[in-house]
Every structure is written in structure tokens, then in C-alpha cells.
Design a protein around this ligand. Structure first.
Ligand SMILES: [Zn+2]
Length: 244
């Protein structure tokens, strides 16, 4: 049969199911952590750039808010588009499968049984398993075992968009809160320090979730963030001098 999303479903899982669950959760959380790094680095860099150009308290604050809003929107749109295309591919796969189940049910039953044979059942048992699962939920069995689509985990574009926008906005508050809590002379160091500490903590968390060294991950993301802030501070200073 034609398959729009290749590479899923009919291969035996290499990992035991507990490992699979753990890696799925890690993928979700790591995506959230990456979005939050982005929120902290972008917002802090914007604010530091404007502050270094000797921008007023008001303009640094506006830069932070603008960064928060723009970043959240951009994350939401990006996530909506990417998850929508995943959902379109899933729906197209499911439509094809539904048509095939109606048009050629015997061939589809044999196809399902063949998948279980590939996974290690002998032919008789595979056919019985295919028959019993089909009797209960034919489309569900084909979605799960042939297409690798989990009905409970179908792509949800709006939810993905909201989650990523909310996560971005929340973490963009870190440099904003640091800025609001200190007097003017300390605003750049306060934004930088709060952001770097949060980045290091998130880096350590991300590293741990990915099974890597927490220390090295923390260092990597903190150095990257420090670099971004230094570059925008330098550009802000140069522009502040030349334009101001
Ligand atoms: Zn099928």
C-alpha cells in the first residue's frame, strides 16, 4: 500500500516500552526547554542591546515586552505550521487506510497479520491476533500497528501553538523581572546574571533529560547565551554612540 509517512509502524521496536515512554517524554520536555532557552536569550539580548545604547528605562522595558510578544507569536505560528503539516500527513494516511479497509478487508487483514509475523509471531497466531484486534477496533489496529499512529497522541496544532507560546512568554519574564527589580546602574548585570543562571539551570535539566552530562550541557547553553548578550551589547553600544 501507499504510505505517506514512511519508516514508522511495521518495524519492531528496538527499545523496551519503558525506555520508549521515557524517550518520548524527554523529547517533549526537551522541546519545551529549547523554546525557553530561546526566550531567555532573545529577550535578554534585546534588552541589553537597547540598554547598552543608553536607552531609557522605558525603551529597555518596551524592548523586553516587544521581544516577549514577538517571540511568543513567532513560536506559536512556527509550531502551528509544523504540527499542522504533521497532522495533515496523519489524516491523509488514516483516510487511505479507511478506504482500503472498506475496499479490500481480506487483504488488509492479511497485511495486519503479516506485520505481526514480522514482529515474531507464527503465521496462525498472527492471523488470530489480527482477527481479534480487528473485531474490536479495525481502524485503530491498523493505525497503531501499520502506520504507527497512536490515537491518543494525534498531532494537535492549536494545543502545540498555545503551549509553545505560553512557555516562551513565561521564560521571557526572567530578564524582564530582573530588569524591574534593580536600579538603573545595575540593569545590564542584573539581566545578564538572572538570564545566565536560568540558562544554566535549564541546560542542566535538558542535559539530564537527554541522558547527557548536566554540567557540560549547562556550560554550553550558558556560554552560548553569554556570547549572544555580549554581541548585542557591543552592537547596542556602537549604535548608541554613532546614532545618539
Ligand atoms: Zn492496513
Amino acid at each position: 500500500m501507499r504510505r505517506l509517512m514512511p519508516g514508522r509502524g511495521d518495524k519492531p521496536r528496538a527499545l523496551p516500552s519503558e525506555e520508549t515512554h521515557r524517550s518520548r517524554r524527554a523529547a517533549w520536555l526537551r522541546a519545551a526547554v529549547l523554546g525557553s532557552d530561546d526566550a531567555i536569550v532573545s529577550t535578554a539580548s534585546l534588552m541589553i542591546g537597547v540598554a547598552a545604547s543608553s536607552g531609557s528605562r522605558g525603551s529597555v522595558f518596551v524592548a523586553g515586552i516587544a521581544g516577549l510578544v514577538a517571540g511568543s507569536m513567532s513560536m506559536a505560528v512556527g509550531e502551528y505550521v509544523s504540527v499542522s503539516s504533521q497532522r495533515d500527513a496523519e489524516s491523509a494516511d488514516i483516510d487511505v487506510e479507511r478506504r482500503e479497509l472498506t475496499g479490500q478487508p481480506e487483504a488488509e487483514l492479511r497485511e495486519l497479520a503479516a506485520i505481526y509475523v514480522k514482529r515474531g509471531l507464527d503465521a496462525d497466531l498472527a492471523l488470530r491476533v489480527a482477527e481479534q484486534l480487528s473485531a474490536r477496533d479495525r481502524l485503530g489496529a491498523h493505525m497503531r500497528d501499520e502506520l504507527g499512529i497512536d490515537q491518543a497522541a494525534l498531532a494537535r496544532p492549536m494545543r502545540a501553538a498555545w503551549i509553545s507560546a505560553a512557555s516562551y512568554a513565561t521564560f521571557a519574564l526572567v530578564p524582564l523581572a530582573a530588569f524591574l527589580s534593580v536600579a538603573a546602574p545595575f540593569r545590564i548585570p542584573a539581566i545578564a546574571a538572572a538570564s545566565l543562571v536560568s540558562l544554566a539551570a535549564l541546560g542542566a535539566l535538558g542535559g539530564r533529560l537527554g541522558g547527557a552530562s548536566a554540567g557540560r550541557a549547562a556550560l554550553r547553553v550558558a556560554v552560548g547565551g553569554a556570547l549572544a548578550m555580549t554581541v548585542t551589547a557591543a552592537i547596542g553600544r556602537v549604535l548608541g554612540v554613532s546614532l545618539g
